[in-house]
Design a protein around this ligand. Structure first.
Ligand SMILES: CC(C)(COP(=O)(O)OP(=O)(O)OC[C@H]1O[C@@H](n2cnc3c(N)ncnc32)[C@H](O)[C@@H]1OP(=O)(O)O)[C@@H](O)C(=O)NCCC(=O)NCCS
Length: 147
C-alpha cells in the first residue's frame, strides 16, 4: 500500500464530510451520519481534534477524534470513533492515528488518555493494548438521552 500520513483536519470541506460519512458506518450502523454543520462544529471546537489518515493518492482511509478538556483533577483526554477503512486494515494505520492523538494530548498537558472498546472488537482491543493502554477496573455507565 502507498504511504499513509496522519494529519489534524482543519477545514470542514466536502471531501472530509464524505469520508466521515463513508467511514462512520464501519464503526456504528446506528449512529446518525453527520451533516456539514456537525463537521464544522467539530472542527471549530477548541476541545476536539479530528485526525485523518490519508493514503498517498489523497484518499482518506481513517479517522480518530480526540477530546481534551480541563476538569478539577487535571487536563484529561478521550479518544473516540477510531475507524480505519476495512480495505486497508492491519497495516498500522490505526496505530498511527492513535500515536498522533496521544502526542497531541501530551502537548496539551493531558495527564491521561482514556478510551473504551467493546470486548467484541478484537482488533481494536489488541491494538490499544499493544500501544500501552491499560485496562482500568471501573464501571462505564451511560445515561441515554435518545428517544
Ligand atoms: C480497530 C481498527 C481501527 C484498527 O485499525 P488498523 O489500521 O487495522 O490498526 P493496526 O493495523 O494499527 O492494528 C490493528 C491490529 O488488529 C489486527 N487486525 C487487523 N485486522 C484484523 C481483523 N480483521 N481481525 C483481527 N485482528 C485484526 C492487526 O493485525 C493488528 O494487531 P497486531 O498489532 O497484534 O498485529 C480497525 O480494525 C477498525 O476500524 N475497526 C472497526 C471500527 C472499530 O472497531 N473501531 C474501534 C472502536 S473502539
Amino acid at each position: 500500500m502507498s504511504e499513509v500520513t496522519v494529519e489534524e483536519a482543519i477545514v470542514a470541506d466536502p471531501e472530509l464530510l464524505s469520508a466521515i460519512r463513508r467511514l462512520l458506518p464501519q464503526l456504528s450502523t446506528s449512529a446518525p451520519v453527520p451533516e456539514a454543520y456537525d463537521l464544522e462544529t467539530m472542527i471549530s471546537a477548541p476541545a476536539t481534534s479530528l485526525f485523518v489518515a490519508r493514503r498517498g493518492d489523497g484518499r482518506i482511509v481513517g479517522t480518530l477524534t480526540l477530546a481534551v478538556f480541563r476538569i478539577p483533577s487535571g487536563v484529561r483526554a478521550w479518544i473516540e470513533d477510531v475507524i480505519v477503512d476495512d480495505q486497508v486494515r492491519g497495516a498500522g494505520i490505526g496505530a498511527a492515528l492513535c500515536h498522533a492523538a496521544i502526542e497531541r494530548a501530551r502537548r496539551a498537558g493531558a495527564r491521561t488518555v482514556d478510551l473504551t472498546s467493546n470486548p467484541s472488537r478484537e482488533a481494536a482491543n489488541r491494538l490499544y493494548q499493544r500501544l500501552g493502554f491499560e485496562e482500568r477496573a471501573t464501571n462505564v455507565y451511560r445515561f441515554s438521552l435518545e428517544g
